[in-house]
Design a protein around this ligand. Structure first.
Ligand SMILES: [Zn+2]
Length: 213
């Protein structure tokens, strides 16, 4: 039976490029693929775009509570060699469970690309928690996402009007239309320094560390 894979990284980690290269390899060899993304990802509209200019049209632009297990969507993917999902963190838990079912009962491999954590440094969504729970393989995409200090980036910090934000709505897409929203990949140390340092929780932990050192 087929497997379901979750490939994660921080922002700018090369996820979309990896997805598009995978799509290209299959299609170059005349294998059908199905590319899925959530309608919540307004960036690129019904297209998946990588930073280096590669792009491909989406086959299923999945609505918030839309099922993949209906005849209409089944017709789109049932002959596919692989199902690729971009920005999988935007899918809900039920949709992730359906993809898992497609891999294991319909025998189509599924590769989900997405973020692990949100700008608050917490698991991005129930969907991501479920990806970690059920995927057969979980791996980090390369290590191309670098922090400003040169270390590997782990966190996705949000900047509003050029200032780091520690609170706000869970999902705020930087689709180029909101000039004040920006995401910055940071390593753990820089994330702590820039984003968490003023929180009560971080102050408490820093005090504890100062006491024991
Ligand atoms: Zn850093």
């Amino acid at each position: 039976m087929a497997e379901m894979i979750f490939k994660y990284s921080a922002m700018s980690g090369g996820k979309t490029l990896n997805l598009l290269q995978t799509a290209y390899s299959y299609e170059e060899n005349h294998f059908k693929i199905t590319l899925i993304k959530s309608i919540k990802d307004t960036k690129g509209k019904n297209c998946v775009l990588s930073r280096n200019g590669m792009s491909r049209n989406v086959d299923i632009l999945l609505k918030e509570n839309e099922t993949l297990l209906n005849a209409h969507n089944y017709k789109k993917y049932y002959t596919s060699k692989v199902i690729l999902v971009d920005e999988a963190e935007l899918l809900n838990k039920e949709q992730i469970q359906e993809l898992w079912t497609i891999a294991h009962l319909i025998n189509i491999p599924v590769i989900c690309y997405g973020l692990r954590s949100n700008f608050k440094g917490e698991i991005f969504s129930e969907g991501v928690a479920h990806l970690f729970a059920v995927c057969d393989i979980i791996e980090e995409v390369g290590s191309t996402s670098l922090c400003e200090c040169g270390k590997r980036a782990v966190f996705n910090a949000r900047k509003i009007n050029d200032k780091y934000a520690s609170d706000g709505p869970d999902i705020l897409i930087d689709d180029g239309t909101k000039k004040d929203v920006e995401y910055v990949p940071l390593c753990s140390y820089c994330y702590l320094k820039h984003v968490k340092i003023n929180s009560e929780e971080a102050k408490k932990l820093a005090n504890l560390v100062a006491k024991i050192r």
